[in-house]
Design a protein around this ligand. Sequence first.
Ligand SMILES: [Zn+2]
Length: 106
Amino acid sequence: MTVNSNARESSQANARSIQDLQEQIEVLQSQLKDLQKIVEDLESRLFHSTDRYIANCPSCQTRFDMLAHHYSIGLFDNLVYVKCPKCNKALPVKGGSTGEISVIQE
Ligand SMILES: [Zn+2]
């Protein structure tokens, strides 16, 4: 075996390992793309799940979190009220079977 053939083999090995690295980078890039898609999906689900509890006050149009501002449950009519944090208006809330709640608009 001559020095020349050694050098050629080693440069072929280098070329192979560079190709291997490029293939690994492509695999990682596609995995990264998949993960970004999953994160985007989780973000939109999180956004919609918190959005279910956001109400608009019919009086002053303030947007607020109903879970943070509920204050009483009616004994006879089984109504839950939320109080608008800005104008303090009591707003009856209706609940759906899917867990969604919303202010009853007058
Ligand atoms: Zn209000």
